[in-house]
Every structure is written in C-alpha cells, then in structure tokens.
Design a protein around this ligand. Structure first.
Ligand code: ATP
Ligand code: MG
Length: 253
C-alpha cells in the first residue's frame, strides 16, 4: 500500500534571539492510509513539534514531508489535550464553528456534521453548553468538530491526559470506534504506553531531544478488539515491557 505520509530525514531547529534548540534530528517514518500510529517519547523530546510539522504549521529546517501518492497536501485535523470548546456557545455551534472558520459552511458539510452529531449520540445535547457535559463527552464533541472538516488524517496530541483513569479508558474506546468507523488515519502522541498499545497498530518510540526514531513496534491484535479488550490479551504485558525497556534505555550519543 502507498504511504499517506512520509517524513524523510527531518531536522528542526527553533531559533530565538538568544539560543538555538535542535528539537528534531534526522527523523524518518512513514504512515499508510488506515494506520493508527502512536508516538511515545520522553517529555520535551519533540512530539508536538512533529505534529506541527505534519500539520504544516511550520517548515522543517531540512528534510522532506511527502503527503499522499501525488504529493498533494492533506489538511489534517487536530485534537488537543484540552478540548478547546467555547463555553459560551452550545454544542452544535461549537461543532459548526469549525466549518465557519474554514469557510466551508456549505449545505452538504452542515448535513455531514449534523449526521456525525446524531450518529455519535450527541443529538439530545445540541443545545446544551459545554459545562453541562462530562469530560468524555466534551472530547467526543471536540473529535466530531474535527471530523466535520473531513480530514483524512487526525493528529491527536495527548487528547486523553486530562481525563481521570476510568473516563480515559471509556473515551479511548469511544474515539477508537469513531475513528475506525469513519475510516480515518490517526497519529496519537501520548505519554501512556498502555494507551499506545491499546489503540494503535504501530508504536514509534522516540529518543530524548533531539527526537529520532529509536524503534518502531508493530502491534498486531485482532482488528475486531476494542482498546479495552486488547488490554486483556496475553501479549499485552510483554509488549508493554518491551516498549518500557526501550524508553528507559539510554541513548547512545
Ligand atoms: N516555539 C518554540 N520555540 C523554541 N523552542 C521550542 C518551541 N516549541 C518547543 N520548543 C522546544 O523544543 C523541544 C521540543 O518541544 P515539544 O513541545 O515538541 O516537545 P514534546 O515532546 O511535545 O513535549 P511534552 O512531552 O512535554 O508535550 C523542547 O525542548 C521545547 O522547549
Ligand atoms: Mg507536547
């Protein structure tokens, strides 16, 4: 299968008047359509920087990012740790605001967004305000707002880390199911090794800054299993131990 996205020998230096920070050095990996890829790595190693580069929010200092087979750019959808919902707007306005911002509020797109809201159980909450929803439901609204722009690729930057443990498990299943049934490709940045294994088919382990790929693990569960069910599989803990070991192992300079 062809790559949806390929990063080739990416280097990124942040410049400020006083200093230069080498955030990423010689980073390469590729992603295929339908992949759910997790990126794990030490705090501050450059994970958010990678998502910003993929989203074309900035350009690499050197190296190449190739989108799709024909190098046509894809507009990824972002989902953050905080849901960034506007408290003074109701749920429907929060969802449809994304379309207005991007000047894409066509009849067809509004119908598509409405359909997502109904399909994923938010119909009765359209006129509610974010403060009336649980943390998990708020994340679902944030995901639907992102999906309503029909991105091929979703970039998820620690979207569950603000949730308590029980809610996090439920929302992981929820987000996983929505992403799979909408047939999207996703890159998830997380500090949580279990979350990475439970949700993805590939886990990329990064070195401490500057970020380089240390190792890529292929995760091969039965596709019909939910993240929660994957956690109960016999090969879950051995995978956890392998990835944990890789993260602890000191980088060779
Ligand atoms: N706008 C910026 N200007 C200068 N340096 C930056 C900027 N953004 C990030 N950095 C630096 O680049 C490095 C990587 O930052 P980044 O936010 O990508 O890390 P991260 O892996 O997402 O961290 P965390 O796990 O804490 O979310 C850090 O040393 C950070 O201080
Ligand atoms: Mg980050």
């Amino acid at each position: 299968m062809e790559n949806l996205l390929e990063l080739k020998n990416i280097k990124l230096i942040y410049h400020s008047p006083k200093s230069e920070t080498l955030a990423i050095d010689d980073l390469s990996f590729s992603i295929k359509a339908g992949d759910f890829v997790s990126i794990v790595g030490p705090s501050g190693c450059g994970k958010t920087t990678i998502l910003s580069l993929v989203a074309s929010l900035m350009k690499p200092t050197s190296g190449e990012i190739i989108y799709g087979a024909k190098d046509k750019s894809i507009a990824p959808g972002y989902m953050f740790q905080r849901d960034n919902l506007f408290e003074w707007l109701n749920i429907w306005k929060n969802v449809s605001l994304g379309l207005s911002f991007k000047h894409r509020k066509t009849k067809e797109n509004v119908a598509y967004a409405k359909n997502l809201v109904e399909k994923y159980g938010l119909k009765d909450f359209m006129k509610h305000y974010p403060s009336e929803l649980s943390g998990g439901m708020r994340q679902r609204v944030a995901l639907i707002r992102t999906l309503s722009l029909r991105p091929e690729l979703l970039l998820l930057d620690e979207p569950f880390s603000a949730l308590d443990y029980q809610t996090r498990l439920a929302v992981q299943d929820d987000v996983f199911n929505i992403i799979k049934s909408e047939k999207k490709t996703a890159i998830l940045v997380t500090h949580d090794i279990s979350e990475a294994i439970a949700m993805s088919n590939k886990v990329i382990v990064l070195s401490s800054r500057p970020a380089k790929v240390k190792k890529i693990f292929d995760i091969d569960f039965d596709p019909s299993l939910t993240p929660f069910e994957r956690r109960k599989q016999d090969n879950f803990q051995p995978l956890y131990d392998l990835i944990w070991g890789e993260l602890q192992c000191k980088d060779i300079p």
